[in-house]
Design a protein around this ligand. Structure first.
Ligand code: ACO
Length: 338
């Protein structure tokens, strides 16, 4: 239970495909420009999977790096959660089961989480609950996406925004007395998970499910791709990012000064700037790497955390707040001691 066990991120890793596509490259495909994309989103580049790469291929590489970092034998992984909006297959098998086989986690349960860009945040909280109840000791949480394969490359409103990638965190049980002895707080402290299904249609793939099944020769190919009302998502995002930050602080009795970094879902720099202004938070409290990777949906937060660790920005005991929003619509955040 909570007073005895903390759920600590014991290792983190990421993987992005080597193929790098710049804004200028996209300007050869659709009527856009580097100037428009960068000024409206903060994006300069994105990494794109090759034809043969599926989401599980990226997830496996990120997972293996996280396990190596944690020094945890794969046989000790009890559960694999893959947050993805772009699974290898529709419905089943889950991408998590494919990862389970590929990394050889023979003792692990496996399932996917469908919460779009908020998926990694939902995954961390799910891992925390399984660990603090004593059910599992090691839960591998992966956010992985190959969004390029559900992108309409003729639609300039969406194709400039997204990238492919994966990030993984091993969440492990640690005795609370250990962290107290070290007089260092560790682990996932609290989370806030929320949804607003009323606006589900502002971000969806119209066809291919049971509502509008795929009919060969009839279904327009672009209906199998991601479609978005950018303005509505923007307004929603600015409001729920602020609400999530305020809710997490109120829930834990902490203040903004206690937080070392806010790690937001990397969807658009302008959304983060608007949220920072509304809450009067200095922009440099937010970690941003969208410039290089674009929006990788559920992978963006673990890719950002790995990037921060590699740059030496994260130290044991630092208080980190993750916050995100996405299709569903979903939103939420985690407060964690690194
Ligand atoms: N290049 C050039 N012009 C463009 C492009 C482009 N790539 N895309 C749109 N435009 C044009 C539009 O056609 C429009 O032209 P018009 O005025 O002649 O009609 C003009 O630019 C303005 O369009 P808006 O949609 O009003 O542009 P806006 O400033 O709102 O920026 C954007 C669009 C970047 C999509 C913004 O609305 C946004 O960031 N929304 C949130 C998107 C998001 O976060 N999505 C992901 C969330 S969930 C997930 O991650 C899966």
């Amino acid at each position: 239970m909570k007073q005895n066990t903390c759920a600590v991120i014991s290792g983190i890793g990421s993987y992005v495909p080597s193929k790098r596509v710049s804004n200028d490259d996209l300007a050869k495909l659709v009527d856009t420009s580097d100037e428009w994309i960068y000024s409206h989103t903060g994006i300069k580049n994105r990494h794109i999977a090759d034809e043969k790469e599926a989401t599980s291929d990226l997830a496996v590489k990120a997972a293996e790096r996280a396990l190596e970092k944690a020094g945890c034998p794969v046989s000790e992984v009890d559960m694999i959660l893959v947050a993805t909006a772009t699974p290898d297959y529709l419905g089943f098998p889950s991408t998590a089961c494919i990862v389970q086989d590929r990394i050889g986690a023979e003792n692990a349960a496996a399932m996917d989480i469908v919460a779009a860009c908020t998926g990694f945040i939902y995954g961390l909280e799910t891992a925390r609950v399984f660990i603090e109840t004593g059910t599992y000791r090691n839960v591998l949480v992966i956010g992985a996406e190959v969004l390029s394969k559900i992108t309409d490359w003729k639609d300039r409103n969406t194709c400039v925004l997204f990238g492919d990638g994966a990030g993984a965190a091993l969440v492990s049980a640690q005795a609370a007395e250990t962290s107290m002895k070290e007089s260092l707080k560790r682990g996932i402290l609290s989370s806030y998970l929320a949804s607003y299904g009323k606006d589900a249609e502002v971000l969806l793939r119209p066809a291919g499910g049971t509502r509008v099944p795929f009919i060969p020769g009839t279904t327009p190919p672009e209906d199998l791709c991601l479609r978005m009302n950018g303005r509505k998502v923007y307004t929603f995002a600015v409001s729920v990012l602020g609400k999530t930050i305020e809710t997490l602080l109120a829930k834990t009795g902490l203040s903004l000064q206690d937080i070392k970094y806010i790690v937001p879902h990397q969807a658009n720099v302008r959304i983060i700037e608007a949220c920072a202004k509304r809450l009067d938070i200095p922009l440099d409290k937010f970690f941003l790497n969208i410039k290089e990777f674009a929006n990788t949906s559920s992978a963006s937060i673990p890719i950002a955390l790995t990037d921060m660790e590699q740059r030496g920005l994260l130290h044991p005991g630092d208080l980190i707040l993750t916050v995100g929003f996405g299709g569903g619509l979903t939103y939420g955040g985690n407060l964690l001691y690194w």
